[in-house]
Design a protein. Structure first.
Length: 255
């Protein structure tokens, strides 16, 4: 039996070049499509991150204004106690002293809303943000509020050190006596509402009055307020300004 062999005509160089170009184009388009898809995913992740970050910053803003409002009310209360000291009238105005002391004793356990930021640091989400100036401002802001939180913890420690003795030995808590004259004071932290001097329904008294050193008490208040005012000017007001700037930048970023 005769065997026939099929002969193949060799491809010329043009055909080889054409096949190479087609293969190269197919591979390139595949890479391009993958890059586009990855970019779309990263853009979406960046948008989600910015939205969550804006929510955190808005919540921070509320908290920062709350702290500022509390400090301003405490400053006014401290000034009123200074007047009692200067006029030597505190012994005849124990109810008012209790009112001012209750305001000074208020505290707020402020916590920065930094969960989104911490997650971004740990997961590398910051790479999704193209605005390097925004990233720089965010780093500065969260460094600032971290320092501010440390200062707030210091204030709480000072309050414990300065006022615990007076709370234990000289001032009866209205919650113990059931006296509602001072209930409105909590509106400072709960509602950002300024309390009014109540019409007192009962007379308060200083426990262990013979051992109550009013001058030392006033001096402790002055030391605490000095630190408080420093924190307000160096940390809190600055954090508020940085917070406003970041919210404006995020609004522009979202347009």
């Amino acid at each position: 039996m005769e065997v026939h062999h099929h002969s193949h005509k060799p491809k010329n160089w043009k055909e080889h070049i054409t096949e190479f170009i087609m293969l190269f184009a197919a591979v390139s388009l595949g890479f391009l499509a993958e890059n586009v898809r990855e970019h779309q995913i990263e853009t979406k992740r960046g948008e989600v991150y910015l939205a969550e970050l804006e929510t955190d910053l808005r919540n921070d803003s509320i908290g920062l204004y709350g702290i500022t409002f509390l400090i301003q009310n405490q400053k006014e209360a401290a000034d009123s106690i200074y007047e009692l000291y200067k006029n030597k009238s505190w012994e005849s105005r124990i109810n008012q002293l209790y009112f001012f002391h209750s305001i000074l004793s208020l505290r707020t356990n402020w916590e920065p809303n930094d969960a989104t930021w911490e997650q971004a640091i740990n997961s590398g989400t910051l790479r999704y943000l193209d605005n390097k100036e925004l990233v720089k401002k965010l780093k500065e802001y969260y460094f600032q509020i971290k320092n501010m939180k440390n200062r707030e913890n210091r204030i709480l420690t000072m309050m414990d050190n300065y006022f615990e003795e007076y709370r234990q030995n000289h001032f009866v808590s209205p919650s113990i006596t059931g006296n509602k004259d001072f209930a409105g004071i909590l509106d400072i932290v709960n509602k950002n509402s300024k309390p009014k001097m109540p019409v007192f329904t009962a007379n308060q008294k200083i426990l262990n009055r013979d051992k109550f050193d009013f001058e030392t008490y006033v001096n402790q208040i002055a030391r605490l307020q000095g630190t408080r005012n420093q924190d307000l000017n160096l940390f809190i007001f600055k954090a508020i300004d940085m917070n406003k700037e970041l919210l404006n930048m995020l609004r522009e970023e979202g347009k």
